[in-house]
Design a protein around this ligand. Structure first.
Ligand code: ATP
Ligand code: CA
Ligand code: CA
Length: 408
């Protein structure tokens, strides 16, 4: 596993080893010491570091091929991590303390994904057009997030390029939306479209498949019920987010939704406990791994889903409600099962052929109405929202909402 290689089947080079990536990120983030306010020019800075095998006075020696590592807008990204209270030390620890864990090839685009050992960050390979689109988006995107901490847009914490053997591999680092430590009973990638929006046979055979729009309607025809307060907060957050996406004529994004079913979880725990009593007489010994984990100690670096829709500031308090340190939104299904849902908008860097022309300022994307059909992004937004807030999420009637709140 420790050799650097390229996947053979794909036309684009595929990074099958993440060690040099990890080295590049930790080194470039760790050695970046400029400390001042961000200027608009900082968004265009690209820092390049050479990593020859033998090492230099600045870089360690290593056992992979020589590589060159580029860090895009390092100061701007540092500032962005600051907004979310993620210190350089924490970031380096998440990325560098242990190996990145590959999470297969979940999308159809051929991107590779890794997750950090502590569940905090996702590293995704992006195409060149996506990377250059992100750099153009950055100033407006930072401004939006700074103004409004309530957002379910992906949080980009870094953009890098590793050049090795003449190939460029670009990766972005973002927040992980679905903590692996929480069992997701169902996962969905939702767009509000019905065309081909059904998980493939091979996807459905996976241990933890990601279902799509048509599957949702099939499995949860009555949707997911949210209390008034949460429904409204979620709706307002997503409306503001899609407004920003619309202003950049972005389409094809998805809502990634993970559903944890607390009722099912409790039932299966009871069953396990009962089984261990049956087989071992009166001695109830829960094997270590089956003990409900003490999750109250978990403090996540990233704002949780709940904080993303309710936040009053971009610097959320780090101590979280002991009842649910993972910060899922409480919900119910039509059986009355208690759920916790985790969600966010993903895949917003999709580019269009026409966008290739936009090598100049990000302003062009906003003002040049001819580049992309003016109506399509608006149509996409509307359809996305009406699917989410008509079909997927249902508002509990106010009175029932209040009754439930009182029951708590
Ligand atoms: P395509 O363009 O074919 O839709 P892609 O390669 O661009 O795919 P995404 O749509 O970004 O990939 O993501 C694919 C899957 O990866 C998602 O359905 C989800 O399971 C997982 N994933 C992506 N981003 C995140 C995230 N931030 N947190 C957790 N999981 C994620
Ligand atoms: Ca996608
Ligand atoms: Ca994509």
């Amino acid at each position: 596993h420790n050799n650097m290689g390229w996947g053979a089947e794909s036309s684009a080079p595929v990074l099958t080893d993440d060690v040099s990536l990890q080295l590049g990120i930790t080194h470039s983030v760790g050695s970046h010491t400029v400390d001042r306010d961000v200027l608009l020019q900082d968004f265009e800075v690209i820092e390049t570091i050479a990593f020859p095998k033998a090492g230099t006075t600045l870089t360690p020696h290593h056992t992979f091929d020589d590589f060159r590592f580029k860090s895009y807008a390092p100061l701007a990204f540092r500032y962005f991590r600051d907004i979310f209270n993620i210190s350089t030390e924490d970031f380096l620890h998440s990325i560098g303390a242990r190996s990145l864990i590959p999470i297969g090839n979940p999308g159809a685009s051929g991107s590779c994904f890794w997750i950090t050992h502590d569940d905090e960050f996702i590293v995704k390979t992006v195409q060149q057009k996506e990377a250059s689109f992100l750099t153009k988006l950055l100033p407006a995107y930072f401004m939006a997030v700074h103004q409004n901490p309530k957002t379910l847009l992906p949080k980009f914490y870094g953009l890098f390029n590793i050049n090795i053997g003449g190939h460029n591999i670009r990766v972005c680092v973002m927040n992980n939306l679905l903590p692996r430590r929480v069992k997701m009973h169902q996962k969905y990638d939702l767009k509000g479209s019905t065309f081909k929006r059904k998980a493939s046979k091979s996807e459905r055979e996976k241990k933890s498949p990601t279902f799509k729009d048509l599957d949702f309607v099939d499995f949860l025809p009555d949707g997911i019920k949210l209390e008034f307060e949460y429904y409204e907060a979620l709706k307002h957050t997503i409306q503001a987010d899609t407004r920003l996406l619309h202003s950049f004529k972005i389409m094809d994004y998805s809502l990634l939704l993970g559903i944890h079913n607390e009722t099912l979880e409790a039932e299966s725990r009871d069953k396990e406990e009962k089984q261990s009593i049956d087989s071992e007489g009166s001695t109830v010994t829960l094997r270590g791994s089956k003990k409900p984990r003490d999750r109250s100690k978990h403090i996540s670096l990233n704002p949780t889903t709940l904080q993303n829709i309710l936040a009053k500031s971009t610097r959320p308090e780090r101590f979280q409600i002991a009842a649910d340190p993972w910060g899922g939104i409480p919900a119910t299904n039509s059986n009355g099962d208690k759920l916790k849902i985790y969600l966010g908008i993903i895949d917003i860097l999709q580019c269009y052929k026409t966008m290739k022309k936009l090598e100049h300022a990000w302003k062009a994307i906003i003002y040049d109405g001819k580049t992309v059909s003016v109506h399509r992004p608006g149509f996409y937004k509307k359809r996305f929202e009406s699917f989410l807030f008509g079909t997927v999420f249902r508002n509990l009637p106010m009175t029932e909402s209040l009754r439930r709140l009182n029951e708590k």
